[in-house]
Write a protein that binds this ligand. Sequence first.
Ligand code: NDP
Length: 328
Amino acid sequence: MHCALITGITGQDGGYLAEFLESRGYEVHGAVRPAALSAFRRPSHLSHRIPLHPVDLREGLAVRQLLDRLRPREVYHLAAQTHIPTSFEDPGATVEANVMTTLRLLEGCQRLASPPRFFHASTSQIFGRSSYSPQDEQTPVRPVNPYGASKAMATDLVRIWREFHGLFAVNGILFNHESPRRTPDFVTGKICRAAAAIKQGRAQELLLGDTKAQRDWGDARDFVDGFWRSLQYGTPNDYVFSTGELHSVQEVVDLAFATVGLDPSAYVRIDPSLVRKSEPSPVMGNSAKARALLDWKPRISFANLIREMTEAALSLDLDLPAATGSTV
Ligand code: NDP
């Protein structure tokens, strides 16, 4: 049985990846933040079979000890400070969380007699306000927020460990991907949860910024399949994972409110303070390389994704999502 270590296992992708790998017979281990452990509750979807190891991924010794103990065949590094507004509030912690953890893991993997294959969750945010669309593996890197900058550096470190240290190290350059487990910090999660809350009488309105803003939104369950495929391929590479389709915030609103049988125009208000500067070119990915080399393709449609997210929100006992700070 192959052993896989997932960092960020408590997050959206970590949970789906754990399920995916278990279904393929892997022995799955998770790394969790020690700070989170005192208040730690295992997410209800995370199997009790999966051991969770408290480790500060910024500390080289702790990371080495964990890797020595597990000697995993594959390491999936998903842990990160993922919220863009928070990255402006605390850029130092964002760099520590996103760069130093990646560095420590790369160093720890490299020194093992049998180094594991390593996957790093990079992001389309490394491209910033790109003047090219769609973006692919060759698009110039020019991040415009500390989150994107930290991921750009981590992405370079992964490439350097591949090219100079010979590690089987892969960057997945991930465009937005959502699921019923998406939190209201992100605009799709905010909209779907608000539609459900309004339907259930727990909220009266939904405040949004620019509803014309468009994104390339995929489904997290499709993406974790790509993470795994990228580590099974003969050689390590960087890959864009994206749907190549653009949809607007307004489409998310329309689908979510249609799912609960309400007219959104009665509930959605535009808050100018939430409107962000628009991009010069659409944020859309070209995943031709992953499709050709890994035989990967997204399978779950945008409409089904938003419907499922809204239906899941109807069964949650939640307060109205915060009116500010959501990330597109
Ligand atoms: P989530 O925000 O859902 O999960 C983040 C995970 O990282 C959680 O397990 C969290 O642990 C952990 N984490 C947060 N801060 C730290 C820290 N300082 N040190 C260690 N662990 C930390 O993210 P997703 O699952 O959506 O994303 C997975 C990866 O994919 C991330 O690296 C993200 O940057 C990248 N990505 C995701 C995209 C998306 O659309 N989902 C798009 C592009 C890239 P805890 O439970 O303790 O908070």
